[in-house]
Design a protein around this ligand. Structure first.
Ligand code: HEM
Length: 150
């Protein structure tokens, strides 16, 4: 009966109220994946989890498309449709938490720029052998033409 679970923002007025966002709930992908029915339907858009159960029959795009994305990452499909900013605003109502950081794909690339690095080195891997081959070609021609002329 201690009741000491009250949130800090309820009474705290000592100027430290900026950390409200720390109370984010994290869900694992496997938990979201279980909510894939008409009874309970969650989906993930850009690393955020949305409970769209009560939105199903309100969705202008139909409940079928939502069911197809049930329990999985729907970011791509959501973007492909080109949803309006109104639609994006609506997302907030259904937001229930974030995907656990260790389940996040390196999609947003801010933490893991290794994709760019690989691309850069890809380029180097391509260009170096080509430069080598061209140089060898020139050397070969230089030597063969020299031996012809003398
Ligand atoms: C919670 C997430 C979603 C919300 C709040 C939402 C909201 C909306 C809204 C408001 C519209 C009307 C058009 C607009 O304003 O852009 C719409 C249309 C549509 N949505 Fe969604 N949507 C969501 C998720 C999805 C997903 C995951 C798909 C998967 C493919 C999808 C497919 C569509 C389609 C195909 C239309 C077009 C309907 C038409 O043009 O006739 N939506 N959605």
């Amino acid at each position: 009966m201690s009741g000491s679970m009250a949130t800090a923002e309820a009474s705290g007025s000592d100027g430290k109220g900026q950390e409200v966002e720390t109370s984010v709930t994290y869900y694992r992908l496997e938990e979201v994946a279980k909510r894939n029915s008409l009874k309970e339907l969650w989906l993930v858009i850009h690393g955020r989890v949305y409970d769209v159960t009560r939105f199903l029959n309100e969705h202008p795009g139909g409940e079928e498309v939502l069911l197809e994305q049930a329990g999985v990452d729907a970011s791509e499909s959501f973007e492909d449709v080109g949803h309006s900013s109104d639609a994006r605003e609506m997302l907030k109502q259904y937001y229930i938490g974030d995907i656990h950081p260790s389940d996040l794909k390196p999609e947003s690339g801010s933490k893991d720029p290794s994709k760019n690095d690989t691309c850069k080195s890809c380029w180097a891997y391509w260009i170096l052998p080509i430069i080598g081959a061209v140089l060898l070609g020139f050397l070969y021609r230089y030597y063969t033409s020299e031996s012809k002329s003398s």
